[in-house]
Write a protein that binds this ligand. Structure first.
Ligand SMILES: [Zn+2]
Length: 550
C-alpha cells in the first residue's frame, strides 16, 4: 500500500516536475541529449549535469572518435530512495532495485529490453510504466556530490551506451564491458588534466596485490546479478576487471576494444570477436593475466621510478640504484613491504609544479608553487611522489631524502598511519635512523657520522623536547624547538633504544603494533620497559652527552 502511494506520487511528480531541455554540444553531434531532472533535483544541478554531459561528449568525440547516433535521456534522481523507485518503474523487482541502487551511482538502460544471465538462467527486464524510445542513463545525484565523481559516473555510463551501439544486444564478456567503462573514467581524468593513468594504475596494482580474496576472471564472464553478488561479497569485480582491461589494452592498444564491440555484432560471438580483435583466445588471455598478477604480487614493495621531462640518464641510474640499496637495507632488517612506492623523477621545480598541478588538482595554484619551490620530494597521491632531481647533488651520499620518504612510508603503510604515529617520536626516529643506514649502505655518509651530527646539534641547542611530549604531530607539540633539534632528538632516541635491545627491534615494534593495535603495550613487549621509563633513561643519556661537551 505504502509502495503504491509512493509510485503514484512519483508518477504525478514526473508529470509536473520533469522538464526536458536539450543540450547541444558545440560540434554538430548527431544525438540530442535530454537532461531530465526528477523531483528534488534543482535547476542548477540539472544545468551542471548539462554542461558535464557536453564535456563528456566532447571527450568521446576527441579520444574515441565516437558520437552517439540516437538521442539520449539522462534522468537525474536526487537520492538512493528515488533511484530505487526509478529502477522499479523500469521493471526491476523491489529487491533487484534496492541491491542495484545500493552498489551503483548510475546506470545505463537501453531502450530495448535487455537480457542478463543469473547463474545460467536467462531472464528479461521489461520496461515498466514508463517507456523509453531512446537509451537512458540514470544518475543518482547525491552519490557523487562533486564535479570529478559526477563526470566520471556519466563517462562510465556513456561508455556503456557506446558499447551498446556497437554490439547491439549480443552478450560481451562482462569484465570487459565494465573494465573498459571504468578505464575510460581515468582516460577522461588524464584528458581533463586531473590525475594520470600511471599513478592510478600504480594505486590499483597496490590495492589488488593486497586483496586476500578477489573475483576470478572466469566468474565475471556474465553480468546481471551474479556480478552484483560479487560486489556485495567484497570480491572487487570492478577493480579486477579494470586491471584486466588495462593489462589487455596495454598489450593490444586502446582502439582494439572498440573493434571488439563492433566485431561482436558482426560475428554474434564474443569469443570469436575476442580472438579477432586482440589476436589471442579468451582462455589464453586469462592465463597470461593470472601470470602477470602473480608477478605483480611478487614485486610488491618495490620502489619504482618514472621520468618526466629531461633528466640526465646518469642521474636516473644513480637514483634508481639508491632505490635498490634502500630496498635491500629494509629487507635485511626483516621488514616485509606490502606496497610499492613510485617516484616521478623531474629535472626542476617547473616540471615538478606541472606534475603537482595535474595530480593534486584539488589544491590551489599557490600551494603547488610553494611545494615545488621548497620540497625535494612531494607526495602526489597514495604511494606516488614527485622528486625534483635538480634540487640534490644526486650522488650516492645524497640519498637521504629518498631514503627518508621510503622508510617513513613503508612503516606507515604497514602499520596504518594512526597506529604508527601513536608513539610519534618512535615512528619519526626509526625513519631517520633507517634513512641514515640506507645512506651508509649505498656508500654515502656513515651512521657514525650522522650520530656525531645529531649530538652536536643537541649540544648547540638551548634545549630539546621530551619524548613523551611528542604524542601527536611534531610541529604543533614542539613548536618551540627547531626542526633540526627535533629530528636529531628522535633519531638519537631510536638509535639509543635499538642499542639497548637489538637492531631489528625497531621494525619488530611496528609489526607487533600492526597485530595488537596498542602502542604502549607493543613498546613494553618489544623493548621490555615502559615508554615513560625509556624517556627518563634517554633524558639522562642526553644530559650526559651535553655535560661531556662542557
Ligand atoms: Zn558499468
Amino acid at each position: 500500500m505504502r509502495m503504491g502511494m509512493r509510485q503514484i506520487r512519483l508518477l504525478i511528480s514526473c508529470i509536473i516536475l520533469v522538464t526536458c531541455f536539450a543540450v547541444q554540444a558545440q560540434n554538430a553531434l548527431a544525438a540530442t541529449i535530454h537532461i531530465i531532472p526528477v523531483k528534488g533535483v534543482s535547476k542548477d544541478l540539472a544545468n551542471e549535469f548539462g554542461s558535464i554531459t557536453s564535456r563528456v561528449l566532447q571527450f568521446y568525440q576527441e579520444v574515441y572518435n565516437f558520437t552517439p547516433a540516437k538521442s539520449i535521456g539522462i534522468v537525474i534522481v536526487a537520492n538512493e530512495q528515488d533511484y530505487v523507485q526509478r529502477l522499479q518503474l523500469d521493471g526491476y523487482s523491489k529487491e533487484q532495485a534496492i541491491r542495484t541502487a545500493k552498489v551503483s551511482s548510475g546506470i545505463f538502460l537501453n531502450s530495448n529490453p535487455f537480457v542478463t544471465a543469473n547463474d545460467g538462467a536467462t531472464y528479461t527486464f521489461s520496461f515498466g510504466k514508463i517507456q523509453y524510445s531512446n537509451p537512458t542513463i540514470i544518475i543518482c545525484a547525491d552519490k557523487s556530490t562533486t564535479y570529478i565523481p559526477r563526470i566520471c559516473t556519466l563517462t562510465h555510463e556513456m561508455f556503456h551506451l557506446m558499447q551498446q551501439e556497437l554490439k547491439g544486444n549480443n552478450p560481451a564478456h562482462e569484465w570487459l564491458v565494465e573494465g573498459s567503462a571504468r578505464a575510460a573514467e581515468f582516460v577522461l581524468l588524464e584528458w581533463l588534466g586531473k590525475g594520470s593513468l600511471a599513478s592510478h594504475r600504480h594505486n590499483l596494482s597496490n590495492s589488488l596485490v593486497n586483496v586476500k580474496c578477489m573475483a576470478d576472471p572466469n566468474d565475471m564472464k556474465n553480468g546481471g546479478f551474479t556480478w552484483i553478488k560479487l560486489i556485495e561479497e567484497n570480491m572487487y569485480p570492478y577493480q579486477v576487471s579494470e586491471a584486466m582491461t588495462d593489462y589487455l589494452l596495454r598489450k593490444v592498444g586502446k582502439p582494439s576494444v572498440i573493434r571488439y564491440f563492433a566485431l561482436i555484432s558482426e560475428t554474434g560471438d564474443r569469443n570469436v570477436a575476442f580472438r579477432q580483435a586482440f589476436g589471442m583466445s579468451y582462455n589464453q588471455f586469462v592465463k597470461d593475466y593470472k601470470a602477470y598478477m602473480k608477478q605483480e604480487a611478487a614485486a610488491a614493495g618495490r620502489i619504482k621510478f618514472d621520468v618526466e621531462g629531461e633528466v640526465a640518464p646518469e642521474v636516473v641510474r644513480t637514483i634508481s640504484g639508491n632505490g635498490v640499496a634502500i630496498e635491500q637495507m629494509l629487507r635485511s632488517q626483516g621488514w616485509t613491504m606490502t606496497m610499492s612506492q613510485r617516484f616521478v623523477l623531474v629535472p626542476n621545480a617547473d616540471v615538478m609544479q606541472n606534475v603537482l598541478r595535474r595530480e593534486l588538482y584539488q589544491i590551489n595554484e599557490g600551494r603547488w608553487a610553494d611545494i615545488a619551490r621548497r620540497a625535494t620530494i612531494a607526495v602526489i597521491g597514495e604511494m606516488n611522489y614527485v622528486y625534483d632531481t635538480g634540487k640534490t647533488v644526486t650522488s650516492n651520499s645524497d640519498i637521504n631524502p629518498l631514503a627518508l620518504v621510503v622508510c617513513r612510508d613503508s612503516i606507515l603503510m604497514t602499520a596504518q598511519p594512526s597506529l604508527a604515529t601513536s608513539i610519534y617520536w618512535l615512528y619519526e626516529g626509526t625513519a631517520q635512523l633507517l634513512a641514515a643506514k640506507a645512506t651508509e649502505a649505498a656508500g654515502g655518509k656513515s651512521v657514525a657520522n650522522c650520530h656525531q651530527e645529531w649530538i652536536s646539534t643537541i649540544r648547540k641547542a638551548a634545549g630539546y623536547p621530551s619524548l613523551t611530549q611528542m604524542k601527536s604531530l611534531l610541529p604543533t607539540v614542539t613548536s618551540r624547538y627547531k626542526g633540526d633539534v627535533i629530528y636529531a632528538t628522535v633519531a638519537l632516541a631510536a638509535e639509543y633504544l635499538a642499542g639497548k635491545t637489538d637492531s631489528g627491534a625497531l621494525l619488530r615494534y611496528f609489526t607487533v603494533l600492526r597485530d595488537h593495535n596498542d602502542g604502549p603495550q607493543a613498546f613494553q613487549q618489544v623493548f621490555g620497559m615502559s615508554v615513560e621509563a625509556f624517556d627518563a633513561d634517554f633524558a639522562a643519556y642526553l644530559n650526559a652527552q651535553q655535560k661531556e661537551s662542557n
